[in-house]
Design a protein. Structure first.
Length: 317
């Protein structure tokens, strides 16, 4: 079986094929990517792994998947640690692509699920909404330190940001109303106590794999799977890291709401606190559990059912 690793930069792609030890470079443009997809179709690789590079990889991912090839988007941190574990210290684009191909062969990372045109448009709107909200928070922090004309200017900007966010929310709602599939999924997600429109839209746009993967894989993908930090006799605290920070951040406040209003999550949280778990640790466990619920709801196309999830208590713990 052949595995392909691709290291992406703004203008070019370094491509490495295992076990052929073949390396070549192509331009990061549509014409070269189409040519690359035809070349890779001829060898039918088991998997093509592309390192996530701040958006420069998006066109390559789309062209290769549309050509019927299996593509995975890998976290640069994971690849870096994988290289260290093998004793590799040198760094070149060729070597990076070879390591990515080796990583794909060893770990078989999950395949990318392409968003539809409507989903991409919604994803861009959600990203823009988050940017505006970040600007708003920054301006409010500045407002605490100034007075007079500068304060009035900041207040005017905050009002503009609030209006713009409302406009984007209207665009998001209209787009979902025009897509029967997205509307159906949003109705399923928002049927869960604690889950509102912001989280449901974030999941739809930034986690299209929801409902297609196992609970274990979807949790790892988001970055909510805890990892041990043990060494010898030292037993460190389990921690979460990596994954899709946008999704994880969007789940934080809705999980607090679920702790108050979702009977299953509330009981779970209270049980953890009674066992002596710190609130932050208990909340992270609840985020983990809530994600399992949402994954199950989309997978089975069933709205929230309290009795069903109570019966699945042992599975969800």
């Amino acid at each position: 079986m052949k595995y392909v690793g691709i290291d992406v930069s703004k203008d070019k792609l370094d491509v490495y094929i295992r076990p052929d030890k073949k390396h070549f470079i192509v331009g990061n443009n549509e014409a070269d990517l189409i040519s690359l997809s035809k070349q890779l179709q001829e060898i039918s690789p088991e998997l093509i792994a592309i390192e996530s590079t701040g958006g420069y990889e998006n066109q390559a991912v789309e062209v290769l998947i549309n050509a019927g090839l299996k593509v995975s988007l890998v976290n640069p941190l994971y690849v870096k640690n994988f290289a260290k574990s093998g004793g590799s210290k040198a760094k070149t684009d060729k070597l990076d692509s070879a390591i990515i191909a080796h990583y794909a062969e060893v770990y078989s990372p999950p395949l990318v699920v392409l968003s539809s045109k409507e989903e991409k448009e919604l994803e861009e709107l959600i990203t823009r909404r988050k940017q505006l909200m970040d600007f708003r928070i920054a301006e409010l922090n500045r407002l605490k330190k100034v007075k007079g004309e500068i304060a009035k200017d900041i207040e005017a900007h905050v009002d503009w940001l609030d209006n713009r966010v409302k406009e984007i929310d209207e665009q998001l709602n209209k787009s979902i109303e025009n897509s029967p599939e997205l509307k159906r999924k949003e109705e399923l997600l928002t049927s869960v106590p604690g889950v509102g429109e912001v989280l449901s839209k974030t999941l739809l746009m930034h986690l299209p794999e929801l409902g297609t993967l196992s609970n274990k894989k979807i949790t790892s993908l988001v970055g909510l799977a805890p990892f041990n930090k043990d060494s010898g006799k030292h037993k460190g605290k389990m921690r979460i890291f990596g994954g899709r920070k946008t999704v994880r951040a969007a789940m934080y406040m809705p999980t607090w709401a679920a702790v108050r209003y979702n009977p299953v999550i509330k009981a779970f949280y209270e049980k953890l606190i009674a066992k002596g778990k710190k609130p932050k640790v208990a909340l992270t466990a609840c985020m983990h559990k809530l994600l399992h619920m949402l994954n199950s709801i989309i997978k089975n196309s069933n709205k929230w059912d309290e009795n069903y999830f109570k019966s699945k208590e042992l599975v969800l713990n």
